[in-house]
Design a protein around this ligand. Structure first.
Ligand SMILES: *Cc1c(COP(=O)(O)O)cnc(C)c1O
Length: 365
């Protein structure tokens, strides 16, 4: 049980709004895969998946145990495991998860298992490297993959996919188009030599926004579902899904010359009223946002974080704010606040969201 007062509220209406925003950008036949890896970008993958299960065609997680958790919560939708790892292939089958097979090592390990059990037409996905150079077969591997596939009825390729390296970046448009072109070429080889047609997909959130012509059969939406597009204009069309809240635990009045927090990093110049909030770097707040780099909201007013972010707490300046112990504190409730925290922490919203730790209570509203 988690009864922490520091809560991440997931806004179901916002999630639905964002999904519909992307749906309206897609051709009617284009399928939607919702990416719920890393606990649904720092929230709660089970809650998000339950909310979305009748609205999307597929889920994706990064690792096998993330998929197992969804199946244990009785999610029935197909789940693509992007990075299953050979050690976990038995669990993949046990929980009817669909592995991305990205190299001969894992492909052959899976075929061996499929042979032993034996499986029949088990859904697999093949990923091709078209320039990210992270996971994936090379196009030169195609003949060997095809000849292996011809000899088995234990697996069936449900999809072929690739991942773009810089789909958000207008300056890399040429590179991205090259990736898309190569992916189309790879797909053609399979369509020519297989007697069935696997689904094709290459676009993530920013790919959908920048390369609408490359939707193929399905798109993979992650950060967009959680409220972030490529730029401010797109982001303003989306709604914030992650609202991080806490309360004031204690209020102090400190005199000029007194200090606040570790290393005495804040020194009061005048009489200062401070509030202590039960959220710290162990909850996912970067230590880089202390010392007035960022603020929280109390009764709609900005309270700057003073001193260093502690493991379990922050202190904020509430000298000018009328408030009491127990009052609500908003750490963030808008994309602008998440952006500002990310900028101060020298990172991007992806990291700010996924940093929200297990200790924070998660609720879908
Ligand atoms: C994380 C991930 C996505 C989602 O990307 P967003 O930019 O969050 O939409 C899509 N595809 C793959 C392979 C991923 O790893």
């Amino acid at each position: 049980m988690n009864n922490h007062v520091t809560v991440l509220e997931i806004d179901g209406n916002a999630l639905e709004h964002n999904l519909n925003y992307f749906k309206q950008k897609l051709q009617t036949e284009t399928k939607i895969l919702a990416v719920v890896k890393a606990e649904g970008y720092g929230s709660d993958a089970v809650k998000i998946a339950k909310f979305l299960e009748n609205r999307v065609d597929y889920f994706a997680v990064a690792y096998t145990h993330e998929g197992v958790a969804l199946r244990k919560a009785e999610i029935k939708t197909p789940i693509l495991v992007l990075h299953p790892l050979t050690q976990n292939l038995q669990a993949i089958v046990d929980y009817r998860l669909e592995p991305n097979l990205y190299s001969f090592k894992i492909f052959e390990a899976f075929l061996k298992l499929a042979d032993e059990i034996p499986l029949m037409n088990y859904p697999i996905h093949l990923k091709f490297n078209t320039g990210l150079n992270r996971l994936g077969f090379w196009h030169t591997d195609i003949p060997q993959i095809l000849s292996t596939l011809k000899e088995t009825t234990h697996v069936k390729v449900h999809s072929l996919f690739s991942h773009l390296a810089a789909s958000e970046d207008a300056e890399e448009q040429e590179f991205t188009l090259h990736q898309i072109h190569n992916f189309a070429y790879i797909s053609q080889q399979f369509y020519k030599y297989l007697d069935y047609k696997p689904m094709l997909h290459v676009l993530n959130t920013s790919g959908i926004l920048n390369f609408p012509e490359a939707q193929f059969d399905m798109v993979r939406i992650g950060i967009g579902l959680y409220g972030f597009g490529n730029d401010e204009q797109e982001t303003s069309q989306l709604k914030n899904t992650h609202n991080l809240k806490s309360i004031i635990s204690q209020i102090h009045f400190i005199e000029p010359g007194e200090t606040v927090g570790y290393n005495r990093a804040f020194i009061a110049k005048t009489r200062t009223k401070t509030a202590t909030i039960p959220i710290g770097h162990a909850d996912g707040l970067s230590r880089k946002i202390g010392n007035k780099k960022c603020f929280v909201l109390i009764n709609n007013q900005k309270a700057p974080i003073i001193g260093n972010v502690c493991m379990d707490m922050i202190m904020v300046d509430i000298t000018k704010i009328n408030c009491d112990e127990g009052d609500e504190v908003i750490i963030f409730n808008s994309q602008e606040m998440i952006k500002q925290i990310s900028n101060s922490a020298e990172t991007i919203p992806y990291e700010t969201l996924t940093a929200i730790s297990h200790r924070v209570k998660k609720m879908l509203k």
